[in-house]
Design a protein around this ligand. Structure first.
Ligand code: FES
Ligand SMILES: [Fe+2]
Length: 383
């Protein structure tokens, strides 16, 4: 496809209307594997996590037998959500409304005042509805359909394009866990993630340690993959220059930054691994939670790496614009703040009657066009 052929693929309403948002929730986010956490999040019987997957709230719980199971978070009585986001239920799951109680394996165990209130109750038919659960590359995944098939069939094609990281062997940097609520449609956030044209410009002061001229990117099925090498200066002595200890061998250093459909970004690089979990909240609001893992080495090693790399980094990372104000994202020197700023400003312009789609960069925005086509395909013909 040539750069501007067929653009715009998605109309402005796709980014602003509740009707588009609802269709995407139903046809995209309710029909795909959803990120539910890191494997260590559910590691003992009774521990659980709940996640929103489109129209479905699903929880994963570990049974007494050590097995992970996923269920729709809906009480079989009048539908109340059973569990809150994360926690430990001990031995059973009890609904807060009327105390119907289920086993960790999803069977209905007890109903208060059953003999008087429900003389004919068929307990066996009122177990929790199952969903699918899987672990893949150190992450937990759920699918609303109990028969979703193997997660590898969904992600397998993109796996060869991902980093050599052993995610299970890294440790979470808890202080690095960050949650953002971005005033933009989820597709603007995804498009920003897969737009390689902006890297050398919006992030001229924050991502100059990578060589944006040697990017390799593309799609495998609906999943976007992206790789870029280190800049020459950074690569000259990456073992010394990396701000934290390396998580891959020095000769493989670089950044793998895929966006798994429909909204799970990974940032796998030479000294860290992060997951960027996007949840659409409203046509113009998107939540992103970022969790980061680092090398499993001593604090002393982190401290000495930070000292060793200090000279390389001092003065190298800076904001795009200077500012007197303390909270200008464009002066922050933080690439996430720069991205959020760009996404939110773009969303605002969509409301102007003077907005029209401009030309699309041949290579640097090819991923943006492909993602828009994918959204159209998943929503079906009658758009
Ligand atoms: S809705 Fe759960 S016990 Fe009534
Ligand atoms: Fe960016």
């Amino acid at each position: 496809m040539k750069s501007n052929e067929g653009m715009p693929i998605l109309p402005v309403e796709a980014y602003t209307s509740q009707a588009w948002f609802d269709r995407e929730q139903e046809r995209i986010f309710s029909r795909t594997w959803a990120f539910a956490g890191l494997v260590g999040d559910v590691s003992e019987p009774g521990q659980y996590v709940a996640v929103q997957a489109g129209l479905n709230n699903i929880f994963i719980v570990m049974g007494q037998d050590g097995q992970l199971r996923a269920f729709h978070n809906i009480c079989r009585h009048r539908g109340t959500q059973l569990l809150r986001a994360v926690g430990n239920t001990k031995k059973v799951i009890t609904c807060p409304y009327h105390d119907w109680t289920y086993s960790l394996e999803g069977c209905l165990l007890s109903v208060p005042d059953r003999r008087n209130q429900f003389p004919d109750l068929d307990m066996a038919s009122l177990g929790l509805k199952k969903a699918s659960v899987a672990s893949w590359r150190g992450m937990l995944w759920v699918h609303p359909d109990d028969n979703a098939g193997p997660v590898e069939a969904w992600f397998g094609g993109v796996e060869p394009h991902l980093g050599p990281h052993r995610v299970d062997e890294l440790v979470e940097y808890e202080k690095g866990r960050t949650e953002y609520t971005i005033a933009a449609n989820w597709k603007i956030v995804v498009e920003n993630y897969i737009d390689s044209y902006h890297l050398a410009h919006l992030h001229s002061g924050t991502l100059s340690m990578y060589d944006h001229k040697r990017i390799k990117s593309g799609f495998e099925g609906p999943h976007f993959h992206f790789w870029e090498p280190l800049s020459r200066e950074y690569a000259a002595d990456v073992e010394r220059n990396a701000p934290t200890p390396l998580v891959v061998p020095a000769e493989q250093a670089g950044a793998w930054v895929p966006m798994l459909f429909p909204g799970i970004g990974l940032a796998e690089n030479e000294d860290s691994w992060s997951v960027f979990h996007l949840t659409p909240l409203a046509p113009d609001r998107t939540r992103v939670v970022v969790r980061t893992k680092l090398a499993d080495v001593s604090l002393l090693k982190f401290a000495s790496q930070s000292i060793r790399s200090y000279d390389f980094w001092s003065g190298r990372v800076r904001g795009k614009y200077d500012s007197d104000g303390g909270d200008d994202p464009m002066a922050s020197g933080d690439f996430m703040q720069e991205d959020i700023y760009a996404c939110e400003q773009q969303q605002r312009s969509l409301r102007s009657p003077y907005f029209e789609h401009g030309p699309s960069a041949f290579k640097g925005e090819a991923g943006v066009r492909r993602h828009q086509e994918l959204v159209m395909e998943w929503l079906g013909e009658e758009q």
